[in-house]
Design a protein around this ligand. Structure first.
Ligand code: MN
Length: 500
């Protein structure tokens, strides 16, 4: 009998363990804790917090998370060794992800052991973990290349020795949906089965969904698909596929997906591909004139998932493909009312910028509109001077003097880098006038070399209003200041004036 989906698929999140194994990623215990809170809040069922045996920092993070009483199962990765299991139990974990190599390649080449030795280690580790009061998820590493008869035997006896759940690991991402549909069903008859996939050939999502459709009850996922090499199955893609394509409620608070994705990419420093499904910067952005026109009439024409569903907003980017409908919609959103003659004038300037290869930001559009409408306003904020101190023995510190609504103000702030420090100082200086938050910061080098022009794009929020603006200079700090000040001016002018 083929089971078509369990009632409610579970999510075992491994962002903090497999995701953290992404080359170059190290999370502090505090960062792990912050991500764990967000994971618990969004509704995942298990958080794999790390591997207790890996380092002192890992152990601290696991303790922080298990002590917090988040109400979400706190799991740690262990090898089939009493040492690992003791550390997990002492750190207060609820469960262990007990990983045992099961393919001959891993057993013989990596471990220099025999199937019998691995089998014996696995059984005594399961028994020991149960003695220590832990929930045990017994996991077969490289299961997709294992002798499936041996795997079935190991899993069956593992459950007889006390394992609560099982996990099939496609460690190197070589499963296909067809093989998944073949391998998974017999194992789900032994005990509840998790599926752990990697995305080396881009099949992680398809294999994970196939496993869930074949009777697996839990998906191992990472936020943004982080993980070694090409990464693990992306959490956001599984959730949205189940909800939108298979109409399977997950219980996950989908509207928090984008905030979680942003938190993880900020802490890990791993930027997403612009076209990454669901969470990439362009996933809900439209430029082409005809598409934008369709989306404005009925968003479903070119959007399979409404952006609000995952906590995002639709963006219409203007460029050479833009038509009058999308330019007019952007102008309306920015508070302008224009005649058709004015609109034609603005559109031709937008297209000209687009043809020069420029992205037309809100700030550019407002500058164009102000010129066309002859609305030239004095800026609310202007810079008098700023300086930044940064070095290997000092905390980056910025001091800034600027004029806000005609009043000269001076302030200083520290940050984790010179750009961060100067942006914080700017925010502090306007904070009694307006609460402006930096949502996104993006840098492009326009040409190569050390003297490259640096193009900084910032996204600023004031209440419900979000705008993007840009600064382009050879100096990254000056470019950042320029982008932030022009954005702040737009946000603050908005409230003081009624437009055209
Ligand atoms: Mn893995």
């Amino acid at each position: 009998m083929v089971v078509l989906f369990v009632d409610k698929p579970r999510f075992f999140d491994t962002t903090l363990r497999d995701g953290e194994q992404t080359p170059g990623v190290t999370l502090t215990p505090e960062q792990k804790f912050e991500i764990a809170c967000a994971l618990s809040d969004i509704g995942v069922h298990v958080i794999e917090a790390g591997s207790a045996a890996a380092s002192e920092g890992e152990l601290t993070a696991i303790r922080l998370i298990s002590d917090a009483g988040l109400g979400t199962e706190c799991c740690t990765y262990v090898r089939a060794l009493p040492y690992d299991i003791d550390l997990a139990a002492d750190a207060g974990a609820d469960s262990v992800h007990l990983v045992v190599p099961v393919s001959d390649l891993h057993i013989i080449e990596k471990m220099r052991k025999t199937r019998e030795q691995v089998y014996t280690m696995a059984m005594s580790a399961v028994e020991y973990a149960k003695e220590r009061g832990l929930v045990v998820e017994l996991s077969g590493e490289d299961a997709s290349r294992a002798d499936q008869t041996f795997l079935n035997h190991l899993f069956t006896d593992g459950v007889a020795h006390g394992a609560d759940r099982l996990c099939f690991c496609d460690t190197v991402g070589i499963l296909t949906p067809e093989k998944t549909a073949e391998y998974v069903p017999p194992l789900t008859r032994i005990a509840p089965l998790s599926i752990h996939c990697h995305n080396d050939l881009g099949f992680a999502l398809a294999n994970t969904i196939t496993a869930l459709k074949s009777g697996a009850s839990c998906a191992h996922t990472t936020v943004n698909g982080l993980g070694e090499r090409a990464g693990n199955t992306p959490f956001e893609e599984v959730v949205m596929s189940l909800e939108v394509l298979y109409e399977k409620p997950t219980g996950i608070k989908m509207e928090k997906i984008y905030a979680l994705s942003t938190l993880v990419s900020r802490h890990t420093g791993i930027d997403l591909a612009a076209n990454k499904a669901i969470v990439g910067s362009m996933a809900f952005t439209h430029e082409s004139g005809i598409h934008a026109h369709g989306v404005l009439r009925n968003a479903r024409t070119y959007e399979p998932v409404p952006p609000e569903m995952v906590g995002r907003t639709r963006r219409i980017v203007l460029g050479k493909h833009s038509g009058s409908a999308s330019v007019e919609a952007s102008l309306t959103e920015l508070g302008y009312t224009v005649t058709s003659e004015q609109l034609a004038g603005i559109l031709s300037r937008v297209k000209k910028l687009g043809e020069e290869g420029k992205r037309v930001t809100d700030a550019d559009l407002m500058a164009i509109a102000d010129t066309v409408l002859l609305l030239v306003c004095a800026p609310v904020i202007s810079m008098r001077q700023f300086s930044v101190v940064s070095g290997n023995r000092s905390i980056p510190t910025a001091s800034v003097t600027m004029v806000v609504n005609g009043v000269e103000k001076t302030g200083a702030a520290t940050g984790n880098g010179p750009v961060d420090a100067v942006i914080k100082a700017l925010q502090d200086l306007v904070s009694d006038v307006a609460d402006i938050r930096l949502e996104d910061f993006h840098v492009d080098a326009i040409t190569g070399g050390a003297d490259a022009l640096v193009d900084v794009t910032v996204k600023l929020r004031k209440g419900g209003k979000v705008i993007t603006s840009r600064g382009a200079r050879t100096d990254i700090i000056t470019a950042s200041v320029e982008a932030v000040i022009s954005g702040m001016n737009l946000l603050m002018r908005e409230e003081n004036e009624k437009r055209g």
